[in-house]
Ligand binder design. Structure first.
Ligand code: SF4
Length: 317
């Protein structure tokens, strides 16, 4: 297994070639944490927009803890995976508790193990924040790093443990934050899944898999699930739709939208059409049924998911 990546070559390449992303201009752990949570499931280009909105409205954990979770969800709308917004709010509340109640007096904890105790923080996010914001020598493991490791070491299906062992072995302790970011940047921009640019790679000299990089790692077979739902889209006499807030668990938890489920009664309603929506492992098909209601809600005042926006669009909103 290759454990001899050249720190100087990789770090020099990173300094020269890294994308200019706004969270790379701050050492504020809270702002870095916001970027890491957003980027877990949102593309970088869209993540920038949401990060800027979040940082502006919630510049500190306290400012988020003082807000209602609905406001965080509202700001998050369109970014997907809304449970992240709910957990982020819970995290801010916990951070702002006094120490004797298990909190951190409004400041993010200073080590990866302590960050791991917070809601929504897994090993990757804890390591990323601790290394980038505090310089703690702790290795990150994400999909980009796994791909670089698999190709460097010619591994078809490395386990999480094996990738961790590799990432710890190659970690550059003197600048762990830049090192982790450099490895992830390499995976995101050079050692990409389908078109690796081995001719431009700063660590090609140690790469055992560079003659056949597409063999490593083997793609994981992901079974897609189909979900069929029904939804009632009812309007009041002012043209405002009936919107309800979903419960705290399940699909689109906490977000607002027209009543939706698999056992919804559509008797007497007019069929409008089907809205299709794709999540990472799920294809959702929603039958939309039109009717009237006593009192609707102005959509701009509540947090709506992309799926709900598509449904409203079908009804002409
Ligand atoms: S040489 Fe190619 S396969 Fe190896 S790490 Fe660099 S980009 Fe990836």
């Amino acid at each position: 297994m290759s454990e001899h990546l050249s720190p100087s070559a990789l770090l020099a390449w990173y300094a020269e070639s890294k994308r200019d992303l706004p969270w790379r201009h701050t050492d504020d752990a809270w702002k870095i944490l916001l970027s890491e949570i957003l980027l877990q499931q949102t593309q970088v280009s869209r993540g920038i927009h949401y990060w800027q909105k979040l940082v502006k409205r919630f510049p500190t954990p306290q400012s988020m803890a003082d807000a209602e979770v609905d406001e965080v969800l509202h700001l998050w709308q369109g970014a997907g995976y809304y449970s992240r917004a709910r957990r982020l709010h819970a995290l801010s509340v916990q951070v702002c508790l006094p120490t004797i109640e298990g909190g951190f007096n409004g400041n993010l904890p200073l080590t990866a193990p302590a960050l791991l105790t917070l809601p929504g923080i897994g090993p990757y996010t804890a390591a990323a924040v601790a290394s980038i914001a505090y310089g703690e020598p702790v290795a990150c493991v994400d999909g980009n790093i796994r791909r670089v490791m698999a190709r460097q070491s010619k591994r078809l299906d490395p386990s999480v443990k094996e990738v961790e062992t590799w990432a710890n072995a190659v970690l550059y302790h003197d600048d762990a934050g830049d090192w982790n970011q450099a490895l992830m940047e390499l995976g995101a921009t050079v050692c990409t899944p389908k078109r690796p640019l081995c001719g431009q790679c700063p660590v090609a000299s140690t790469c055992a898999g560079k003659s056949t990089p597409l063999l490593y790692p083997q793609p994981k077979k992901v079974k897609r699930k189909r979900l069929d739902l029904k939804c009632t889209l009812r309007f009041d006499t002012n043209g405002l739709p009936e919107l309800v807030q979903r419960g705290n668990d399940g699909l689109l938890a906490g977000m607002w939208g027209p009543p939706m489920g698999d056992g919804i009664d559509v008797t007497g309603l007019e069929y409008l059409g089907v809205v299709e929506h794709t999540l990472s492992h799920r294809d959702i098909f929603v039958e939309v049924w039109h009717g009237s209601c006593h009192r609707g809600t102005e959509p701009s005042t509540v947090a709506l998911s992309s799926l709900d926006r598509k449904i409203l669009a079908l009804g002409g909103i």
